[in-house]
Design a protein around this ligand. Structure first.
Ligand code: HEC
Length: 153
């Protein structure tokens, strides 16, 4: 091997380690890790506008709104204020015709619930994608909102 070749190889080595480290980091991030256990039902009536929409605003609309990166990749679900109810309740998943996003009164049949509460949802990834998992309280509110009939309240 000529001196030049060795030199180039040595120069590239730190770069390769950096690429590796980023790769491992992404892999770990993409796996998402665990999700929190949902808080038990409180028996209080959950409000879409008062309890659920603020969760969507803080954790979801960065991707689930017009003009976001994820919408540019063909994800049609909009969770912005005034649109979330119509886009979720009794609506089919755009990825799988076998699933409905929200079945009023039945969280266990609702893909929205399975995607926020399970590390291995039946379709696609755990939501919020790439973000911290929702808190126990936030999960409890979403489950109870669905089980209380997914009202537009
Ligand atoms: C970083 C971007 C991003 C964030 C943040 C995000 N999502 Fe998503 N979401 C996506 C993408 C991309 C898809 C389609 C691929 C998939 O399901 O994994 C998707 C799909 C979904 C679907 C399934 C839609 C269908 O028709 O099948 C639901 C439900 C959903 N997201 C809910 C949420 C909720 C609730 C939050 C907030 C708690 C959230 N998402 C946060 C990017 C995101």
């Amino acid at each position: 091997m000529s001196y030049d070749r060795v030199h180039i190889f040595e120069a590239l080595r730190p770069g390769r380690w950096a690429v590796c480290a980023i790769g491992i980091g992404l892999l770990a991030g993409c796996q998402g890790g665990g999700v929190n256990a949902p808080a038990p039902p409180t028996g209080e009536t959950v409000s879409l506008s008062g309890d659920i929409q603020p969760i969507f605003n803080s954790a979801c609309v960065s991707c689930h709104a017009d003009g976001t990166i994820s919408s540019a990749f063909g994800n049609p679900l909009r969770l912005t204020s005034g649109r979330a109810h119509a886009n979720l309740v009794d609506r089919r998943s755009f990825q799988s015709a076998n699933w409905t996003l929200v079945v009023p009164g039945d969280s266990s049949a609702s893909l929205l619930w399975l995607k926020v509460s399970r590390a291995d949802p039946p379709v696609g990834s755990t939501m919020p994608l790439f973000g911290s998992p929702l808190s126990s309280r936030q999960l409890g509110l979403i489950r109870d909102w669905i089980d209380q009939g997914a009202l537009d309240n």
